[in-house]
Design a protein around this ligand. Sequence first.
Ligand code: BJW
Ligand code: ZN
Length: 247
Amino acid sequence: MIPAPLIDALRRARHVVVFSGAGVSAESGIPTFRDSLTGLWERFDATSLATPEAFRADPALVWGWYEWRRMKVMHAQPNPAHRTIAELARHVPRLTLVTQNVDDLHERAGSSDVIHLHGSLHQPRCFSCGERPDTSPTMPDEPEAGRRLEPPCCMACGGQLRPGVVWFGESLPTEALNTAFAAAKSCDLLISVGTSGMVYPAAEVPGLAWHAGAVVVHVNPQPQTDHSEREFALAGPAGEQLPLLIK
Ligand code: BJW
Ligand code: ZN
């Protein structure tokens, strides 16, 4: 059941922001980070994999782990949540999609101009000079979690390529962050879907929208903390809840 004031807000909205996290890709078989048992940070140590220090210490361990994840994404398909977001963009005057995800499932579902706050698994760059290769490195045959793989060399300087994601302690891409914050402050409705809201500064996005007067809805199977006025929760998997919004 979608609350009537939320349906009303969606009908009236001139600018909708969708803010997505790992949970939106969970139903495509891509593991989240912090879910108990299945989350990546339950099984792998973030500080040995998702920091520049980790890459410096053991580039083959880090590159191999990200190639394993990239392969999982390449074999995955967008799910009804990705597809509903793409369709919603055709129903409202303006929609800005801001994602923390490093996969390309929103794009493959038909969304365009996706703002990737935490970069992309599919756009490596040189760890030394920042140059981006024209083509993505070829996929290893059968990468496995924990299999070490030497990163390819940068054609410009001979340095090592690194995954094009934002690691802990690194700044988010300035333009993407500014655009996301500006959209949050100017939207009438923000749909936060599949995120624990624990990682900053991205986690500020829903709050910015709420403080600027927008209606905010959280779509998540986990019970959320208390909500204030103009704030709603749709409790359940994104692939089931989001399609109800456009019915
Ligand atoms: C479903 C579902 C279904 C399940 N349907 N839902 C303020 C306070 C404290 C710390 C900090 C602070 N400000 C900054 C920091 C430090 C740090 C930080 O935030 N740490 C916190 C964890 C404490 N932030 C940073 O380091 C950031 N950089 C920065 O601040 O730079 C400034 C600076 C510069 C120099 C020095 C110091 C600072 C960068 C953060 C980059 C995060 N990168 C990662 C990894 C990316 C690469 C990779 O993929 O490996 O990004 S971490 C990981 O978390 C990933 C995600 O994008 C991000 C958010 O996770 P998300 O998407 O919310 O996933 P989960 O798993 O947490 O939640 C999934 C949710 O889905 C759950 O709620 C489920 O219930 C739900 N779900 N199934 C719908 N079917
Ligand atoms: Zn280089």
